[in-house]
Design a protein around this ligand. Structure first.
Ligand code: SF4
Ligand code: FE
Length: 501
């Protein structure tokens, strides 16, 4: 058995001696900290579902390297079927947790490392691919959670890595030794980083010839010497410390993934964990591979999250007695339409995938970028409709304790109750879910996760074949193909010229 049980996952994290902070507080065991526990629980749910026979083949896969049954979250995409199954798995997980389940960044980073290490070896005779395969077998056999670490702090955005006032604004190699390298810098917004076993560090941007020290892809255990993790705040996170379950909205699984800044303060990385080192000409493609896979994901995970949000909104409509109102119904239809549009794109991008030189499969890049572009709008639009239908109470509810208070409990209950016999806390809980599932943290993640909207638009223009489209238009409008021999011509101006003869 190569897959961890949920408990084994949690115990394996507890056994690590990490250097982690929540706020300014040093935390010995992040797993057990109330700010982090819900995110751990979400990932534990993946481990749990992978054990369930009904999800065999969906959350599990057969390793193409060992033939062993593995968690799909450590699998290389070896067919379009694998790509489609991944999107279906993401939607299922989104439905099961109502939030981000964190493992996709590492999964896509592993796939990018697998693909690019092969291409570098083919061009340069290096042995990165073999190294990566050995690392991957270790990850698969131990069912490790890998956090993809891509986003550099970036300093002045108008300057490239080597032009920064502070050269550490992008992760770089500061020392080369016969047995490895020493890296310095930081990666931001690392989803699930604080409850992962390892970081897979990838460059975050294309590089210039003089920036070879910034061209580094490597694996670093989360408890390696010199690694510090600093947990980021989220909307309403102090509620976690109050222990107010209802006010959290999704107290079991949290809202969004739990992002962490990870600092690499002169961390040694041995050769066997280095998968790109100085080959700047492959960096752009590596970033591109990662981003393209990851952009398609959002149609799956946000689709599943939207399913839960639509359900919570429909529940509120029911409690309010307006579930049969045609205007409300039409707004719910719009939420469904926006969600399915994103999901359809993700399935389409996956089904239209193609083989890379290494034999693994890439999603259709135009569709993948379109999915993510839609997400930057549709998640907001779905949230807006949830607010519209649910009403203002999701933003003005008193805290949970008020409902139990001796003095005021009777008032807040009386004036939040819709029907005699209702449980007022049911309405409060669904309202709180909507509040938190549409919070700033959730929205900004949908906007910038897997790349900001303009990044997708640049790719879309590049892939659009605009000249080809112009040629199509010319052929239709000006062409003289005359299938039936009726002496008709495409361009009206030409007809006029003919009559003047
Ligand atoms: Fe995965 Fe979605 Fe979370 Fe990104 S936002 S890590 S794709 S669940
Ligand atoms: Fe994300």
């Amino acid at each position: 058995m190569t897959m961890k049980t949920p408990l084994e996952y949690v115990e394996s994290l507890r056994a690590m001696k990490v250097n982690a902070y929540v706020g300014a507080e040093k935390v010995e065991s992040p797993v057990d900290h109330p700010a982090i526990a819900p995110h751990v629980n979400t990932v534990a749910k993946i481990y749990e579902m992978a054990q369930d026979p009904q999800y065999k083949g969906l959350i599990t896969a057969e390793s193409h390297l060992t033939g062993r049954e593995i968690n799909r979250w450590t699998h290389i995409f070896m067919s379009t079927d694998d790509l489609v199954r991944k999107i279906k798995m993401l939607r299922l997980m989104g439905q099961a947790t109502g939030t981000c389940f964190q493992r996709c960044v590492g999964l896509d980073a592993m796939n990018a490392s697998y693909a690019i290490s092969y291409e570098i070896d083919q061009a340069k005779g290096t042995d990165y691919h073999q190294r990566f395969k050995e690392y991957l077998i270790y990850v698969q056999d131990n069912d490790l959670m890998i956090a993809g670490a891509m986003t550099d702090p970036k300093g002045n955005r108008a300057k490239s890595p080597s032009q920064q006032d502070d050269p550490d604004q992008y992760v770089r190699v500061v020392e080369r030794r016969p047995d490895g390298v020493v890296i310095r810098g930081a990666k931001l917004h690392n989803t699930g980083g604080i409850n992962s076993h390892e970081f897979l560090v990838l460059p975050g941007t294309g590089l210039k010839p003089e920036e070879a020290d910034y061209a580094i892809a490597c694996a670093v255990p989360a408890d390696a010497e010199g690694v510090t993790m600093i947990f980021g705040r989220q909307s309403n996170d102090d509620r976690k410390l109050q222990g107010n379950c209802v006010d959290l909205g999704n107290s079991r699984f949290g809202i969004v993934g739990g992002e962490v800044m990870v600092v690499f303060d002169d961390v040694f990385v041995p050769n066997e964990r280095i998968f790109l080192n100085g080959e700047i000409e492959f960096v752009g493609q590596m970033v591109n591979y990662f981003a393209t896979w990851h952009r398609a994901n959002y149609g799956g995970c946000k689709g599943g999250n939207a399913d839960v949000l639509i359900g919570a909104t429909a529940k509120i409509a029911q409690i309010h007695g307006v579930e049969r109102n045609t205007i409300v119904k039409d707004k719910v239809i719009e939420m469904i339409h926006l969600t399915e549009t994103c999901y359809a794109g993700a399935i389409g991008a996956s089904a239209s995938g193609y083989a890379l030189p290494c034999g693994s499969y890439m999603v259709d890049p135009m569709m993948a970028n379109t999915v993510k572009q839609n997400i930057t709008r549709n998640v907001y639009a779905v949230g807006r409709l949830a607010h519209d239908i649910a009403g203002g109470f999701v933003a003005t509810l008193p805290e949970e304790a008020a409902f139990e208070d001796e003095e005021i409990g009777k008032w807040v209950t009386k004036y939040h109750l819709c029907n005699e016999g209702d449980d007022v806390m049911e309405r409060v809980h669904y309202g709180r879910y909507i509040e938190n599932a549409t919070s700033v943290t959730t929205m900004v993640e949908a906007m910038h996760g897997a790349g900001s909207p303009q990044a997708q638009r640049i790719v879309m223009l590049g892939l659009s074949n605009l000249k080809g489209k112009m040629a199509m238009a010319e052929e239709v409008i000006e062409g003289d193909s005359d299938v039936l021999g009726l002496k008709i011509r495409g361009r009206v101006v030409s007809d006029k010229a003919d009559t003047n003869d």
